[in-house]
Design a protein around this ligand. Structure first.
Ligand code: IVH
Length: 725
């Protein structure tokens, strides 16, 4: 499978564009497998392969939380609720919807319904409602004796997260229902954020130096799923009611009337909902709202059609996890033509040169687009990742009229070039072979194992390169690294430009001396600068001081070494335990004949690529200086030694048998060994524990005969998790 090649790449190493593209591909691929599995009962891959796809998706989303798509497998039915919130089991599952993309799909949908109900073509019309599909996250609200008792997200459709306290802060959600409402009412609908509220919230977050949300849906999801309900209260969330779960009594006979009733009970319901009598009428609503879409105050991504009569809904029932009586007619990806004014090259933290299209601003689906991703050099030439032509091989040139597309949250892309409009004197784009920020050589590495030339061209300037230096600083202060409050991307840019004696920051150590230099500054104090005041300066200095002690794994991660994401940083930290041992060993490992090198590549989970990257980092004199300067200012907290014999399987012999569903055999073996166990291939008297998955045969039998303890995979995963923390 060609796709799995990408799995070799650490999410840390993906550019924003690559991550977005991979998430798009994974969403499509996983949805496809879901359909085969649930809809057709004919899976084409094993559960383990499926899980690997999901895990890959999760890992990339973790690294790029802003890229989480509205159709992400992690948000869809099929994903388990996140940790941190209590769980709520939905009495009636929260279903999802099948999709229609073309007018013909809608005709088929109505035809299917008529056939299912055995309605004679001569028999009258069947009423179907049409309403906007709100792009937010669904929520189920349970009222008992007219009091809101619980609010739950959809989760996997059966079990969701308990977000009751958070939901209570949303003003569109009534705490109490009127006296005529039934005793048990579950109201379902969508939590969303309006465009103006979203923009104001992002402006506020930016001013505070916190990360902004990529789109209103992410903002709504992120705001509702806050462990602290006070944060949710401060966010402008809204709610549209459009469905229900359990009802002790159903007061109406149709979908339309029920929704109007929800309105009477105090919920906001969508004013654009219509009851239609024919496919033509449904399509009229669809195309009408599609035209209006750009002017709406909130994001919608299609129109939902629902059979109006509730008794017919009941008869139609559902297939797998979607009702037969409803369908979502999605809007097509939005496209527009505009002119490519320039191609700008951005330099990332690890030196990757990423081309960005600077477009003549154009409105696409209500959003003004002036940038689009160009991925890399080959993409501009019209060559895709696998060497195949894209855009029919047309290259992209400055001055071209291009067709751009914005689909959901994905960064706008150039999908086509209008060659008829190409200026006569235009030339193919010459991708720079020198870094635009520091003029060092920019090269495309050749992967030593695959022999393939990397699609990404990188600046070789390292810390000499101001662009890389700024990006590295941004990474250093980011949430999972030193997490310095009030020192966001904007502030890093600002401090980078200041003269050193006035509080400039060029490398991590400078962050920790800024207060001292500011105090001593004979020129301008920070508090006298535009946008700063006594309090904000004091807060920033306090936030910096609060980070003078940092666990070793975060220090290693913060250095921004290529291939060393949070996971690898933890592996290294757990192995070397303290900074001195780690740094000393990395310097010694420069000699690949040394014991230090053998030890490094021998760490479980650390391959040659990671080892090389770390060693190269420490071999650079300027990195060493920067790191030494940093360690003068901070102290790295050593890791606690995880004694292998603290694990329940230390010194024991384990045998895995049957199918493991949550991890591969290789991973299980590696985990067991990391826990101090030996893994054997067959059961004997020496075996202490057998982990048996489904399909276990003779080995399990033998274990039972010998009276050896047997556990299932869930118990094993629990054990491994408890040990690795
Ligand atoms: S009805 C049984 N109506 O779309 C039918 N869903 O793709 C339940 N959504 O999970 C859903 N607007 O989160 C329905 N007007 C609307 C909707 C809507 C948005 C979401 C909802 C659902 C998802 C399915």
């Amino acid at each position: 499978m060609a796709d799995t090649m990408l799995f070799d790449r650490d999410p840390e190493d993906l550019t924003l564009e690559e991550a977005a593209a991979e998430l798009e591909r994974l969403a499509r691929e996983i949805a496809d497998h879901d359909r085969r599995y649930h809809g057709e009962d004919a899976p084409s891959i094993s559960d383990a392969e499926y899980d690997a796809l999901k895990r890959r998706n999760d890992a990339i989303e973790k690294r790029f939380p802003d890229l989480v798509r509205s159709d992400s497998p992690s948000l869809r039915v099929g994903s388990a609720p996140a940790e941190g919130f209590g769980k709520v089991t939905h009495k009636i599952p929260m279903l999802s919807l099948d999709n229609a993309f073309e007018d013909g799909d809608v005709r088929e949908f109505v035809g299917r319904i008529r056939r299912f109900l055995k309605l004679d073509p001569l028999q009258g019309a069947i009423a179907i409602t049409a309403e906007p599909k709100i792009d937010g996250l669904s929520l189920s609200l349970r009222y008992e004796n007219r009091k809101l008792v619980s609010a739950a997200t959809r989760g996997d459709g059966t079990v969701g997260e308990n977000v009751t306290r958070n939901a209570m802060t949303v003003s569109d959600i009534p705490d109490i229902l009127p006296a005529d409402a039934p005793d048990v009412v579950e109201v379902r609908g969508e939590v969303y954020m309006r465009h103006d509220d979203f923009q104001a919230l992002n402006a506020r977050m930016e001013a505070q130096g916190t990360k902004v949300f990529a789109n209103p849906r992410n903002a709504a999801a992120g705001s509702l799923r806050q462990l602290n309900a006070d944060v949710t209260r401060s966010r402008p969330l809204r709610f549209f009611a459009y469905a229900w779960g359990e009802l002790s009594e159903t007061p109406c006979e149709t979908q339309y009337d029920m929704v109007q009733m929800l309105g009477k009970w105090g919920f906001s319901v969508n004013p654009r909902m219509k009851r239609c009598e024919s496919v033509e009428e449904l399509l009229e609503v669809y195309h009408g709202i599609e035209e209006e879409r750009a002017l709406l105050d909130y994001d919608i991504d299609g129109i939902v059609y629902k059979v109006d009569r509730l008794d017919l809904q009941q008869r139609l029932g559902f297939v797998s996890r979607a009702p037969r009586w409803a369908i979502a007619h999605k809007f097509p990806a939005e496209q527009a033509f505009t002119v490519l004014n320039a191609i700008e090259i951005q330099v990332g933290r690890t030196g990757a040169l990423t081309p960005v299209a600077k477009l003549e601003p154009v409105t696409v689906g209500g959003v003004v687009v002036s940038n689009a991703t160009l991925h890399n050099e080959d993409y501009i030439k019209g060559i895709g990742q696998d060497g195949e032509p894209i855009r029919e091989g047309k290259d992209i040139r400055v001055g071209d009229t291009v067709r751009i597309q914005r689909a959901g949250d994905v960064i706008p892309q150039i999908v086509d070039v209008d060659l008829d409009k190409r200026p006569k004197d235009s030339l193919p784009f010459a991708f720079p072979t020198e870094c635009p920020a520091c003029h060092s050589h920019a090269v495309r590495d050749v992967n030593p194992t695959s022999g393939r030339t990397d699609a990404v061209r990188r600046c070789t300037g390292g810390l000499v390169c101001p662009a890389q230096a700024k990006e590295k600083l941004k990474h250093f202060v980011s949430r999972h690294a030193f997490d310095i409050e009030g020192l966001g991307d904007k502030q890093v840019e600002f401090f980078y430009e200041l003269p050193m004696e006035e509080g400039g920051i060029r490398q991590p150590a400078d962050i920790f001396t800024i207060a001292e230099r500011d105090r001593a500054s004979p020129i301008i104090k920070l508090r006298n600068r535009d946008g700063w005041g006594e309090t904000s300066v004091a807060n920033l200095f306090a936030a910096i001081d609060a980070r003078r002690e940092m666990p070793l794994n975060r220090v290693i991660f913060a250095l921004g070494i290529r291939h060393v994401g949070e996971g690898n940083a933890k592996l290294l930290a757990r192995h070397y335990l303290d900074w001195e041992t780690f740094a000393g060993s990395m310097k010694a490992a420069a000699d690949t004949g040394s014991d230090a090198w053998t030890e490094l590549v021998g760490i479980d989970g650390v391959g040659v690529t990671v080892a090389n990257a770390v060693v190269e980092f420490f071999a650079e004199e300027h990195n060493r200086q920067a790191v030494d300067a940093l360690m003068n200012e901070i102290s790295s907290q050593p890791m606690e030694r995880v004694e292998a014999d603290a694990s329940p399987v230390a010194g024991k012999t384990l045998v895995f048998t049957g199918t493991l569903e949550q991890m591969s055999r290789d991973e299980a073996k590696a985990r067991a060994e990391a826990m101090g166990a030996k893994v054997a291939g067959s059961v004997s008297k020496k075996t202490n524990l057998v982990i048996a998955g489904p399909g276990a045969g003779s080995k399990l039998k033998k274990a039972e005969e010998l009276g050896i303890e047997v556990i299932d995979e869930a118990a094993w995963v629990e054990m491994a998790r408890a040990f690795s923390g």
